[in-house]
Design a binder for this molecule. Structure first.
Ligand code: NAD
Length: 356
């Protein structure tokens, strides 16, 4: 297949492209605007592969997307481009509305124009796969409750509201125009190449520098964690074998309190990075409770039974095996982290523009 991936320079998009190029014969066009979250260094090593191409473009630019579709002639689109950080959505929701809602709308319209011009056989085989989050379902209070594909939407943050809106648009384009779409809603991802503003990499990198490890509220919020490479395998399963018009929840059966995640990272660092910064006896001593995020959801947990039953996907990593791999990856790739932290991953690609 020829697959156009949007947001392929981001955390999950780059894991998906590494999987598509490394483990399959598919061809990939990575269409990414390269916001602060896009990092082509996450694709180092595959960028010279003849089955991989990159195009810097905004999904909200319908003409640019239309030209890319006409030229690349994809059989599928896997749409991951988004503004994705909840805290940023609270401080400045505008970019979330622009990219996640308006951008998805423009992408759908460019895709519909391209798709309706395809010959019948290719039109039928075409897939538009929209990648979304379990945060659209809102908050769970009952201990045994799980999000199902039929759970009503109740988003709490500007981020999750914008993703909910984009999910509705995608489903409407399937019902109204017959565009062959699929939607997946996944729990929190973690793993290599995760931008250091997110909880797990932030805790690892702060601990190595002897800085405080911030935990919101009392740290009792529960998240269901999935190793990013398990997510990438699930996405490929859905785009190749999923039923058009269906939604699949993807999760790792790994519910953890935030405070337990931070403690587990500290324990792994004690073992894998025993040479602590001066004056620090135990990494755990760096844990600092900070004022809770407004509107913070208490618990998310996914029932991933449908994708397991219908498509035979199951996660390979447990939380503990995946977390160990992740901590070790950060210890082995401090250069990648330093380039993100000092901004050089952006300077290199902006080149001449950067002097303005
Ligand atoms: P990310 O922030 O790491 O990457 C987003 C990518 O999209 C970046 O490369 C960025 O440059 C690009 N982008 C942003 N705006 C764009 C635009 N207007 N046009 C083109 N490209 C643009 O995000 P992520 O964590 O990899 O998440 C990818 C997708 O998966 C998102 O849609 C997110 O909602 C969803 N998701 C994420 C998680 C998670 O835990 N990270 C869980 C479930 C679902």
């Amino acid at each position: 297949m020829r697959i156009l991936v949007t947001g392929g320079a981001g955390f999950i998009g780059s894991a998906l492209i590494r999987h598509l190029i490394g483990d399959t014969r598919h061809e990939v066009l990575n269409l990414d605007k390269l916001t602060y979250a896009g990092n082509l260094e996450s694709l180092a090593g595959i960028d010279n592969d003849p089955r991989y191409r990159f195009l810097q473009a905004d999904i909200a630019d319908r003409q640019a997307v239309g030209r890319a579709l006409a030229e690349f002639q994809p059989d599928a689109i896997m749409h991951l481009a988004a503004e994705s950080h909840v805290d940023r959505s609270i401080d400045g929701p505008a970019a979330f509305i622009e990219t996640n809602i308006v951008g998805t709308y423009q992408l759908l319209e460019a895709t519909r124009a391209y798709w309706s011009g395809l010959p019948a056989e290719r039109r039928e085989a075409f897939r538009f796969h929209h990648i979304s989050t379990d945060e659209v379902y809102g908050d769970l209070h009952g201990v045994d409750e799980l999000f199902l594909e039929t759970t009503p939407y109740a988003p709490s943050s500007p981020y999750s509201a914008s993703k909910a809106a984009s999910d509705h648009l995608v489903r409407a384009w399937q019902r109204t125009y017959g565009l062959p779409t699929l939607v997946t809603n996944c729990s929190n991802n973690y793993g290599p190449y995760h931008f250091p503003e997110k909880l797990i990499p932030l805790v690892i990198l702060n601990a190595l520098e002897g800085k405080p490890l911030p935990v919101y509220g009392d740290g009792s919020q529960i998240r269901d964690w999935l190793f990013v490479e398990d997510h990438a395998r699930a996405l490929l399963e859905v785009v190749t074998h999923g039923q058009v018009g269906e939604t699949y929840n993807i999760g790792g059966h790994n519910e953890q309190k935030n405070i337990d995640v931070v403690r587990a990272i500290c324990a792994l660092l004690e073992e894998l990075a025993p040479g602590k910064p001066a004056g620090i006896e135990r990494y755990e001593a760096l844990i600092t409770f900070v004022k809770d995020r407004p509107g913070h959801d208490q618990r998310y947990a996914i029932d991933a039974g449908k994708i397991e039953r219908e498509l035979g996907w199951t996660p390979r990593e447990t939380f503990h095996s995946g977390l160990r791999k992740t901590v070790q990856w950060y210890l082995d790739n401090l250069d990648w982290c330093r380039h993100v932290q000092d901004g050089s991953y952006r300077r290199e690609r902006l080149g001449a523009l950067e002097t303005d």
